[in-house]
Design a protein around this ligand. Sequence first.
Ligand SMILES: [Ca+2]
Length: 245
Amino acid sequence: MRHTLPTRLRTTLGAVAVAAATAVAVPAGPARAAVDCTVDYTASTWDTGFSASVQVKNLGDTWTGYTVEFRFTAGQQLTSTWSHHYTQDGDRVTVRNADTAQPVRTGETLWLGFLGSHTGENPPPVDWRVNGVACTDAHQPPAVIAEPTAVSVPEGHGAAFRARLSHPPAGPVTLQVRSQGTGIWAAPPVVLVFTPTNWNTPQGYTVTSFPDGDDVDDVLVLTLSVPGYSPATVTFTQIDADRVR
Ligand SMILES: [Ca+2]
């Protein structure tokens, strides 16, 4: 699809048209709980093993029963827990309350302790969830995540990146896109909105490098931000059709 750019953009070095202000309605999905837990994970590691202590604070409704899920990232294996049932499938671990467990009420903290083994690296697990709802990791500040962060774009073509959030927002938030660079670039009037339910689903965004009259590989840097989150940057580098290589 060919985009049409205003003449003034074509004649201004560094002009960038990104994300025209076309509002996109936030999907009206079923009411679901927002983030309702915070996880504080600590571990003591030795040669091939480790012990872990996890405090999971309930910020939502009472958990009469609970399933805590997380994912290892370095091949660790959970070998035993205190007072909980657990299963592990690949990197994914599921821990369930014992039959005798008491409910965890709003504001209360659930403690999980377990032993595990590792093969040299023992980074903290990620993707914490309780009863299927994502938790905020106390040790990881909220951030905008972009993939990839460096993109090559042949002159006259488009290229995409995907963005998501590391933590769920309290309500719908709009990704703010700031641009800086040289050349002629454009993006469709798409506004990326993240909600308490779709925050970790990557959303695609395509930037087009328009044909220009020079022989320079122009560069565009997009800064992606959401208030309260560390921003991400994506660098687009044009592969200029007129440059002798
Ligand atoms: Ca160029």
